[in-house]
Design a protein around this ligand. Structure first.
Ligand code: 5AD
Ligand code: SF4
Length: 409
């Protein structure tokens, strides 16, 4: 979501006549588009702001704007006192940046439901913003607001324009995309329609309570949908899931995964897991390990609980000591990596059609993606957006390695 927002911001300031540079010291204007989901994101922004203060004193950088989720949070006021910031914007008024960079008011042009860069081989399409859940630990509903779903015609219109302009891969975006609904239509209807208009489709991120079996089956059945599901579980313990207000039990999550595995046996499954939520006991942690084992995730983003001011969990008793959090983190990580490694090994020897996401670097390796959603390193000078066919020669826990592409196929 932030990459997509940054993309729109980039387009806006380029329209105002700015050129993009790679180093702060070469910039007149710096826009920090920020994340607030965990404290380490804030720490990083503070580091950047400190450096920008120094460059301003030296006259190298003239103006600094702070946008995104920190901008929408109360904490931005404190940052403004400590650092030199000319403009702070939240998540709903990015268009004000237009005026800041000398463009006419763009209230209509740069609202969140409008497209990012067009014509790229790979494009994000926002289908909903905000979130109607209230997970105990999460700041997103506070900084992004309640769910707003974009009308189906508007989404399809954008997808068709993108595809006509050369986009070969469309990713539908939102905090809980599977909660999308509009005028009687549900997410699966939208996904099916998009899968008919675009040659390659993926979506992120989903909520288990909204994920319908119909959608899971569509992933398996529809040729244009990448067989990769990201379904954040957060914990394997029913007790913690309840404290988190996730709205499902571990068993229901397991059943969803069974449907997915049956629908797309070759597909990949990833998740988000939080370790060390207040009150998490050893037994809760064991249940998370068990769930990880049962679901055999192909990858997982594991997070140490980070208290966010204003969320329910920040005020809950039962803080888990850092050393315990660290151990649990490593235990979950090890479990995920073992499973992922074993599953990836099964891909070795197979021929794959690989979509090139990033062209080759100096070492000649491009990064691509199979239809099953596996990341692959492949030796090719094919351009982003091209497809190549190659045999998988080896595999690690995170990525597959392909041999020379077969050009005769
Ligand atoms: N602490 C740790 N992880 C968090 N996430 C969201 N809020 C927090 C928090 N306070 C994680 C969740 C979510 C992902 C995007 O970030 O796992 O799915
Ligand atoms: Fe945050 Fe996701 Fe829960 Fe919404 S569903 S509150 S975005 S973790």
């Amino acid at each position: 979501m932030n990459v997509h927002d940054s993309d729109r911001i980039r387009r806006m300031i380029q329209d105002a006549g700015y050129a993009e540079v790679q180093r702060y010291e070469d910039a007149d204007l710096v826009i920090l588009n920020t994340c607030y989901v965990r404290e380490n994101a804030v720490d990083r922004v503070k580091g950047h702001l400190g450096e920008l203060n120094r460059l301003r004193r030296e006259g190298r950088v003239k103006r600094v704007a702070l946008t995104g989720c920190i901008g929408a949070a109360e904490e931005s006021a404190a940052l403004r006192q400590t650092y030199d910031i000319d403009l702070v914007l939240g998540t709903h008024n990015t268009y004000e940046l237009a005026e800041f960079v000398g463009l006419p008011t763009m209230r209509e042009t740069y609202t969140p439901d409008l497209p990012g860069t067009e014509g790229g081989h790979n494009a994000f399409v926002t289908i909903m913003t905000g979130c109607n859940y209230q997970c105990s630990y999460c700041i997103v509903p506070t900084v992004r607001g309640r769910m707003i779903c974009r009308p189906m015609e508007s989404v399809i219109g954008e997808v068709e324009r993108l595809v006509a302009g050369g986009t070969g891969y469309v990713t539908l975006l939102g905090q809980t995309v599977d909660a999308w609904r509009h005028e009687g239509k549900r997410f699966c209807d939208l996904l099916e329609a998009v899968s008919e208009s675009a040659p390659r489709v993926w979506f992120t991120t989903s909520h288990p309570s909204n994920m319908e079996d119909r959608t899971l089956r569509a992933i398996g059945e529809r040729e244009t949908i990448v067989k990769r599901l990201h379904l954040p579980v957060q914990s394997g313990s029913d007790r913690i899931l309840k404290v988190m207000h996730r709205g499902y039990k571990a068993e229901r999550y397991r059943r969803k995964i069974e449907v997915f595995r049956e629908a797309a046996p070759e597909g990949t499954l990833s998740t988000d897991i939080i370790v060390g939520h207040p009150g998490e006991t050893e037994e809760d942690h064991e249940q998370t390990l068990r769930l990880v084992e049962d679901c055999a995730f192909d990858s997982a983003y594991i997070f140490k609980f980070s208290p966010r001011r204003g969320t329910e969990a920040a005020g809950l008793p039962g803080t888990v000591p850092d050393a315990v959090v660290q151990r649990r983190f490593l235990e979950v990580l090890r479990q995920v990596e073992q499973n992922a490694f074993t599953r990836n090994q099964r891909k070795v020897g197979g021929m794959e059609e690989i979509y090139i996401r990033h062209g080759s670097t100096e070492d000649g390796k491009a990064i691509g993606e199979t239809w099953s959603g596996h990341a692959v390193h492949v030796n090719t000078d094919a351009e982003p957006g091209d497809y190549v066919k190659a045999r998988i020669e080896s595999a690690g826990p995170h990525v597959l390695y392909a041999g020379e592409p077969d050009t005769s196929l």
